[in-house]
Design a protein around this ligand. Structure first.
Ligand code: HEM
Length: 264
């Protein structure tokens, strides 16, 4: 029997496959299309990691692992910062350069990113109307349906708060998890009390707020990127473009953490 090949950097990371995945569609190739492809692929990898990390946070919350949740929120907030910074690279594409291959994207758009929508659903921003942009029966569609029907990070957060003496009203405990997160005054009262009495929980709540702010910052930077690249043109995904994106601009993931700040 022949010896199994020794593991190498390239074989461990499947680099042959990974580096064969950047395939510009422009003919003759437009120089900047490579950047466009690599940036989007990098974002998809970050989305994948965030999904992985937020699943862990859900488990941490349910099992009351405060330090685990703190460590992972710290990581996710750093990932978010890198994701926001990556927009700077895309902004080195000029509108004319982008236009040189934009037609080749046909109707493809970040709008169709299954992982981005999964992330929104997992974070509790459930917009079932978005499902109509995905093809039923495809693995991506099935993943989205599963995420829609699963409790979100916010539902797991309620479970965590319940273990720390916060009253979670029955309408939240038994809620229809396919609906988006709504702010709740009883939860806010409990959060306020914990903020003032438990410095360790305060650290967690601030990290959650950091992540939330980072996610909104990404939306803002993406909108500005879109505005400077295509102005008032419609998106390749068929939406109104900037006008559509503005609707979710200031949408908070943890509305209760924002609602109490003037009382702290
Ligand atoms: C020149 C660069 C870019 C332009 C012009 C652009 C344009 C747009 C437009 C117009 C939309 C609205 C949907 C549509 O009609 O297509 C959209 C959505 C989206 N784009 Fe981009 N985009 C760019 C770069 C990026 C990058 C680098 C990412 C990173 C993954 C990204 C991810 C997304 C996502 C996730 C959505 C859906 C947002 C939502 O539904 O709230 N885009 N983009």
């Amino acid at each position: 029997m022949s010896e199994p090949e020794a593991l190498t950097y390239a074989s461990y990371l499947h680099l042959r496959e990974l580096l064969a995945l950047q395939r510009p569609r422009s003919e003759p190739p437009e120089h900047d299309e490579t950047l466009f492809i690599i940036v989007h692929q990098a974002y998809e990898l970050w989305f994948k990691l965030l999904l992985h990390e937020f699943e862990k946070i859900c488990d941490d919350f349910r099992q009351d692992h405060l330090y685990g949740a703190i460590a992972t929120f710290k990581r996710n907030r750093m990932i978010m910062k890198v994701m926001v910074e990556q927009v700077d690279i895309v902004e080195t594409l000029t509108p004319m350069s982008f236009n040189s291959f934009r037609d080749r994207l046909e109707t493809a758009s970040g709008f169709q990113s299954v992982q981005f929508r999964e992330l929104e659903f997992l974070l509790g921003y459930k917009r079932p109307q978005m499902l109509k942009f995905y093809q039923p029966g495809t693995p991506g569609y099935e993943r989205l349906i599963r995420r829609l029907h699963e409790p979100s990070v916010v539902d797991a957060f309620y479970a965590f708060l319940g273990q720390h003496g916060v009253t979670i009203p029955a309408e939240l405990r038994d809620r229809d998890v396919t609906l988006p997160t709504e702010p709740n005054e009883t939860v806010e009262e409990g959060l306020l009390r914990l903020y003032k009495t438990h410095p360790d929980l305060e650290i967690l709540f601030e990290l959650m707020t950091d992540f939330d702010e980072g996610f909104q910052e990404w939306r803002y930077r993406h909108i500005k990127l879109v505005e400077r690249s295509i102005g008032s043109k419609h998106g390749t995904g068929g939406s109104l473009g900037v006008e559509f994106l503005k609707k979710s601009l200031f949408h908070p993931i943890f509305p209760d953490l924002w609602a109490i700040r003037h009382k702290l």
